[in-house]
Design a protein. Structure first.
Length: 101
């Protein structure tokens, strides 16, 4: 108990008690529990990244929905898709694949 008094007299006696309580409260807020400010910031960052992922996947779903609708309604689109994705060809033609580097 003596060392606390010595520490207070040496370093903290010149500081107003209200400032000490305020600084102690801020330190406690930043460090204690699951709802401290650092954890809240990291949770907010995670929420932002997940919202970006949600918007990306919603755009992908819309794109795929359009492609699927095109495949169901357009015979030429279906043929083009089969040729590009599955390398299909007609019996009387040759297909050459060109790979990009």
């Amino acid at each position: 108990m003596r060392w606390i008094k010595d520490f207070y007299n040496r370093y903290l006696s010149r500081i107003n008690a209200y400032w000490l309580v305020t600084i102690g409260f801020l330190i406690l807020t930043f460090t204690a529990g699951d709802s401290n400010l650092y954890m809240r910031y990291t949770y907010q960052e995670k929420i932002r990244t997940l919202e970006k992922e949600i918007s990306y996947y919603e755009k992908e779903i819309e794109t795929n929905r359009k492609k699927l609708n095109d495949l169901h309604t357009n015979k030429e689109g279906l043929e083009r898709f089969a040729r590009e994705e599955y390398k299909m060809k007609r019996p009387n033609e040759d297909v050459y694949l060109i790979k990009k580097k």
